[in-house]
Design a protein around this ligand. Structure first.
Ligand code: NDP
Length: 495
């Protein structure tokens, strides 16, 4: 089935109240919120219940019992659950990707791709259910053996953002379940439809009642209560740095384990030997993909002076040729930004850049389209330097700022001159430079001749500085966060 903004009536209108999953039962709360399509504000996607404090308490109580039951499931039984979730998501990626794009605003192909990828997180961790192998050793004391194995931590609070509403949540929920934990999920309130859809898939599986809970509501109320709960053993958060720091303070009061992926200010270094077309494609994808609303986006483009003018000209052409439009419309390359607040902040950054002395070569303007939505054109700044706020703060906007550099050394030092450290990239044909860059860029992820955004599920993901805190996410590295290690000493005695 193909979708377009004009045949939305073929998509089920979700105007019934959408519920939370509390202690294994679907439940309304005291309040509701409306979810509107950022591509077309007249499109009401649904009305969503907001969980209250008593519901959170009861779901946490139930999760304690359910977690013990789930941990005692055999590994093949757990594997079957995760595999079924992943397979259903991949099978329904067109339908669920459409819903995702409709509420978040990313182009349909990206929405479908995200749901498919989210399914792959579940199938990957389904396999990990069978790969939980410990270590053994002889003791330094004679006749004693040591067995080291991982156990679940207990109840995991998952706090996820709106920019990858399904994928980010899935790369937390899948390992949490795989390693035997219960999950209480507080999704971003701005993208609740994707959260309800994923919860429906998880809830109908062979899992103990109350093992998985959905508590929609404002971060400042229900989210804050969740992270302050002594019943929560571990909190996995993705979002902004200020909220991350606030959650860390609450978590530490209970000595709760935390893992946080936050903002960044990623740089792409384009060297004098780069293939110009590759450099522009990589830069445009990294800066404007998902309307720039990615923690891995490259909004700082460090370009060698010998290529600077030609690069800027081609990047402007690429930005101007991007089709901005309704997320579900065929041919749309960049959808709207997620909210009125985000649009306002983005436009403020455009004015800030100009006031700092940067020259706006194109874009950065609000766009009026047939449908009322939060549209803006991708923008390119030149004459910028790394001290400007547009090069120091995460904008989460389709805005790229070019910094002219005279040498590789200068470029590398600017790449590393940031409070963040999630991703960085270089475009070069020199193996020596690429190797040096890989080893000396102070980021958790490095790319060579590729956009700074776009990561795999079977390897670690995370950053340095203000970008991340706690153990890495994804791949087998996730076990570090979602488990606790037990070391057993065994004296067998004489046969
Ligand atoms: P936030 O950090 O506010 O939100 C992220 C998640 O945390 C949401 O689910 C939010 O709930 C929840 N939350 C907020 N406050 C609390 C709290 N006190 N306790 C527990 N949970 C809480 O990000 P925003 O959505 O407001 O985006 C603001 C900026 O953050 C963006 O412009 C971008 O710069 C950055 N960001 C970075 C992301 C990344 O991938 N690294 C992802 C999203 C944002 P709710 O929103 O429902 O109230």
């Amino acid at each position: 089935m193909s979708f377009s903004p004009n045949n939305l009536n073929r998509v089920k209108k979700m105007t019934d109240l959408q519920l939370n999953l509390i202690a294994g039962n679907w439940a309304a709360g005291d309040q509701t919120i409306e979810n509107r399509n950022p591509s077309d504000l007249s499109d009401l996607i649904g009305v969503y219940a907001q969980a209250n404090s008593a519901q959170l308490n009861s779901t946490l109580e139930c999760a304690k019992r359910a977690q013990k039951e789930w941990a005692a499931y055999g590994m093949e039984r757990k594997q079957a659950v995760l595999m079924a979730i992943g397979n259903e998501m991949m099978h329904r990626s067109e339908e669920l990707g459409t819903l995702l794009s409709r509420e978040e605003g990313k182009p349909l192909a990206e929405g479908k791709g995200e749901v498919y990828r989210a399914g792959q997180f579940f199938t990957y961790y389904a396999a990990e259910c069978l790969r939980q192998i410990g270590e053994n050793a002889d003791s330094v004391r004679d006749g004693i053996e040591i067995d080291v194995r991982r156990e679940p931590v207990g109840i995991v609070a998952v706090i996820s953002p709106w920019n990858f509403p399904t994928a980010t949540a899935s790369w937390k929920i899948a390992p949490a379940l795989c390693y035997g934990n219960a999950v209480v999920w507080k999704p971003a309130n701005i993208t609740p439809a994707s959260a309800v859809a994923l919860t429906e898939i998880i809830e109908k599986q062979d899992i103990p009642k109350g093992l998985f809970s959905l508590v929609m509501g404002a971060g400042s109320s229900i989210g804050q209560q969740l992270v302050e709960s002594p019943d929560v053993a571990a909190i996995s958060f993705t979002g902004s740095v200020p909220v991350g720091k606030q959650i860390a303070v609450s978590a530490i009061a209970n000595l709760t384990k935390i893992q946080m992926e936050m903002g960044s200010k990623n740089a792409l270094l384009v060297m004098d030997d780069a293939d110009l077309d590759t450099a522009v494609t990589v830069a445009a994808g990294g800066a404007f993909g998902g309307s720039g609303q990615k923690c891995t986006a490259s909004s700082r483009l460090l370009v060698h002076e010998s290529l600077h003018d030609a690069f800027a000209e081609k990047l402007v052409a690429a930005a101007q040729s991007m089709k901005v439009g309704h997320a579900l419309e065929q041919g749309t390359q960049m959808g709207p930004v997620v909210s009125e607040q985000q649009l306002k902040e983005n436009l403020n950054y455009v004015e800030l850049g100009k006031s700092e002395g940067a020259e706006l070569l194109c874009g950065g303007e609000q766009l009026n389209m047939t449908h009322e939505g939060y549209y803006m054109s991708p923008g390119v700044f030149i004459n910028t330097n790394n001290a400007m706020r547009i090069n120091r703060e995460e904008m989460f906007a389709p805005l790229a700022a070019i910094i002219k550099v005279g040498s590789y050394d200068e470029g590398l030092s600017i790449v590393n001159d940031t409070n963040f450290g999630l991703t960085s990239g270089i475009v070069t044909k020199s193996l020596a430079r690429a190797t040096h860059f890989r080893r000396n860029a102070r980021t958790g992820v490095v790319t060579v001749n590729l956009p700074t955004a776009g990561t795999d599920y079977h390897v670690p993901f995370g950053g340095r500085g203000d970008s991340s805190y706690g153990p890495r996410e994804q791949g087998s590295a996730a076990a570090e966060f979602y488990t606790t290690v037990k070391t057993a000493y065994i004296s067998a005695g004489q046969p």
